[in-house]
Design a protein around this ligand. Structure first.
Ligand code: ATP
Ligand code: MG
Length: 324
């Protein structure tokens, strides 16, 4: 069994006495030491998927309505709360897009890392401080011994994201979920952070789920890719296979909207139209109103999943380059 196995996961938002589906029957696996990328436009359900895995949906109006999440062989949805919290805190960690929302502005970064370490491990303050310096060095923060005394606002965006990664590593997670970890950063810093994540993965053997709306970021970093549209995976494949033989018109649209140069501000050829709103009914394939390859049946029937190879799946009536 893979380290993380998500099967048929469905999530809904409770609104006005109704349950509105936001994630619909997605399945994926992540092996130890591997990276899965989840990519899609804003609002397609990427963050809710990661929050569900981390067990962070409790108490909100969003809930899991079907499917299973197995982590390290254990069914996370049927474990006792106590056991689940132990695993969530110690074996899975998450980093978010904007470090300032997770770092407390009034405490020194060192104290925040020390606190994170001591939450997970019985260590004296001195031991935890030494470990914090080690972690800051690991994430390539120069002069870690001095930097540990800084307040978050004294660090650049890239340095703050490194601090967040150090905090996430404090518990030696088996799985790291990174939700748009580089979106707020400029392109060069973004590349360095992704490079760092890869290096850390090689050292620690952790699995990573990397979430991004940018297929360029995913392409460089991930072993396999899941393309998400409106709560469903519309294409899943190993990275190399996905990029050499794109099957879904949505994936193809995302690919042509990757900016060609670092200075490009406008996205090239962005996909026309918009993602349907929460609760908006679209009959047939949810992407058909925006798809330039759509035919009549696309507006009548939601496509089933089809396998193009053993590892490459898509949900499209007319996958590009296939005779289906
Ligand atoms: N707490 C909430 N209450 C109600 N609706 C929510 C809540 N959280 C998310 N949603 C809705 O669920 C859908 C999926 O949200 P999600 O945050 O997972 O998208 P996303 O793919 O992460 O988007 P982004 O790229 O903007 O981060 C959106 O339509 C969003 O409006
Ligand atoms: Mg999100």
């Amino acid at each position: 069994m893979a380290l993380l196995e998500v099967s048929n996961l469905s999530i809904a938002v409770a609104a006005g006495g109704k349950l509105l589906p936001v994630v619909q029957g997605i399945s994926f696996q992540v092996e130890a030491g591997k990276t899965l990328g989840i990519v899609g436009e804003s609002g397609c359900g990427k963050s809710l998927t990661s929050l569900a895995i981390m067990g962070l949906l409790e108490g909100s109006q969003v809930r899991i309505i079907g499917g299973t999440i197995h982590f390290n062989g254990q069914n996370m949805l049927t474990l006792s709360d106590k056991k689940r919290r132990e695993i969530m805190g110690a074996e899975m960690a998450m980093i978010f897009q904007e470090p300032m929302t997770s770092l407390n502005p009034v405490y020194r970064v060192g104290d925040q890392i020390i606190e994170a370490i001591r939450q997970h491990k019985k260590q004296t303050k001195q031991q935890a401080r030494a470990r914090a310096i080690e972690l800051l060095t690991l994430v390539r923060i120069p002069d870690a011994e001095k930097r540990i005394e800084s307040y978050p606002h004294q660090l650049s965006g890239g340095m703050r994201q490194r601090v967040m990664i150090a905090m996430a590593l404090a518990c030696d997670p088996k799985l790291l979920i990174a939700d748009e970890p580089t979106t707020a950063l400029d392109v060069t810093v973004q590349a360095r952070i992704l490079e760092l994540l890869k290096e850390l993965q090689q050292q620690t053997g952790m699995a990573i789920v990397l979430i991004s709306h940018d297929l360029g970021v995913i392409a460089e970093t991930c072993d396999s890719v899941a393309v998400m549209y409106r709560g469903k995976f519309v294409e899943v494949a190993p990275s190399a296979e996905l990029f050499s033989t794109v099957a879904h018109p949505y994936t193809s649209g995302l690919l042509s909207s990757i900016p060609v140069s670092d200075h490009e501000i406008d996205r090239l050829d962005a996909i026309p139209g918009r993602v349907p709103m929460l609760g908006e009914d679209v009959i047939g394939c949810a992407f058909h109103p925006r798809c330039n390859l759509a035919q009549e049946c696309c507006s009548l029937k939601d496509p089933e999943e089809v396998s193009l190879t053993q590892t490459h799946f898509t949900r499209c009536h007319f996958p590009i380059g296939s005779n289906l």
